[in-house]
Design a binder for this molecule. Structure first.
Ligand SMILES: *Cc1c(COP(=O)(O)O)cnc(C)c1O
Length: 339
């Protein structure tokens, strides 16, 4: 698979480490490894960096002087896009949808929002349930009327161009596993706008390496999530020149860990954050990676991964933690010693 024929900016810190998690594995009675895509670089990293290597290359190729994208208030994708734009000397505008209704000051101004602004991006707020695709088209037209050449990136960077970043991750992971002599039984990760899973599945299928990839949902119900991933995987396979390589049965999502909705922390997600932080020194975020890890932990406890070697792809997100401090009860960590 000749990925180098697609325009790409080599700005990510790759390959990301593939590490064993001995303490978490012992706790869960399964062999769990972690692919550190929280360490991809560009303003603390995360999964959007791999996608943006391809998307921003296309923006440059098309002569854009401005990029525009959209997401939830604490979008990691927006923050990573803002960092790329800063690095490349492009303007960046991010449309933020209030999907949680939180009035909390840190949620609305800290975490990723702070970083968006530090990278020089402008932001614009919309109420939840808005047609964000139409809003972004309107905003892009307004900027074009002012003479800007605008490159519009869909929410989450999830289109066939962005998904190439995760085709690349599938190649990278398989190469690491082959070099280390590590037979992988399953890949697990948090899925949202679907580009990550679509890219991973397409990459695995294109390499004839049928390692099951389980997406743990963070928003949509299962049939919709799987359909989104499958549709994007089919388009990505077409772009790669191997149409039809992904079958519907290759796409698996478990959406039992979404809780009350997108961006709303869950008890199982908060437990996952605590376990990863205290057992492995690794930070997760309440919106995505914690829900993915909650699925991993619960399924492992139920014996679903017995005698299997699992790779959890850490998609990042810890930059949002400062916007979610209200979700954590950490009062008991303040102690008086010698007083
Ligand atoms: C965007 C995101 C995801 C979901 O990835 P998709 O490609 O949108 O499915 C998972 N984890 C984190 C931290 C994210 O920011």
């Amino acid at each position: 698979m000749h990925l180098a024929r697609f325009p790409r900016l080599h700005l990510a810190h790759l390959p990301t480490p593939l590490e064993h998690m001995p303490r978490l594995s012992k706790e869960l009675g399964a062999e769990i490894w972690i692919k550190r895509d929280d360490c991809t670089g560009m303003s603390t990293g995360g999964n959007k960096t791999r996608k943006l290597e391809f998307l921003m290359a296309e923006a440059i190729e098309q002569g854009a002087d401005m990029v525009m994208t959209q997401g939830a208030t604490q979008t990691n994708h927006g923050r990573q896009t803002a960092a790329f734009a800063a690095k490349l000397g492009l303007k960046c505008h991010i449309l933020l949808e209030d999907r949680t209704g939180y009035q909390d000051g840190n949620y609305n101004h800290n975490g990723n929002v702070l970083l968006d602004h530090l990278h020089g991006a402008t932001t614009q707020k919309f109420p939840g349930g808005h047609d964000m695709v139409a809003e972004m088209e309107r905003a892009a037209q307004a900027k074009r009327a002012e003479g800007h050449k605008v490159y519009v990136i869909p929410g989450g960077g999830s289109n066939p161009t962005g998904a190439l970043g995760y085709v690349n991750c599938a190649f990278e992971l398989l190469s690491q596993a082959n070099t280390a002599g590590l037979k992988i039984d399953r890949v697990v990760h948090a899925t949202g706008s679907s580009g990550t899973q679509a890219g991973l599945v397409t990459g695995m299928c294109a390499m004839n390496a049928p390692i099951p990839v389980l997406g743990i949902g963070t928003r949509a119900p299962q049939p919709k999530q799987e359909q989104m991933v499958y549709d994007l995987a089919c388009k990505t396979a077409e772009k790669l020149g191997c149409p039809g390589v992904v079958t519907r049965a290759d796409v698996m999502a478990n959406t039992d860990y979404v809780g009350d909705g997108y961006g709303l922390p869950t008890a199982s997600g908060l437990e996952a954050i605590q376990m990863f932080a205290e057992l492995e020194g690794i930070l997760l975020d309440p919106c995505y990676s914690a829900k993915g890890a909650a699925g991993l932990i619960d399924l492992a406890r139920k014996g679903a991964f017995k005698d299997q070697r699992i790779v959890f792809v850490h998609t990042g997100g810890a930059a949002a933690l400062g916007g979610y401090d209200f979700a954590f009860d950490h009062g008991a960590r303040w102690v008086e010693i010698g007083g």
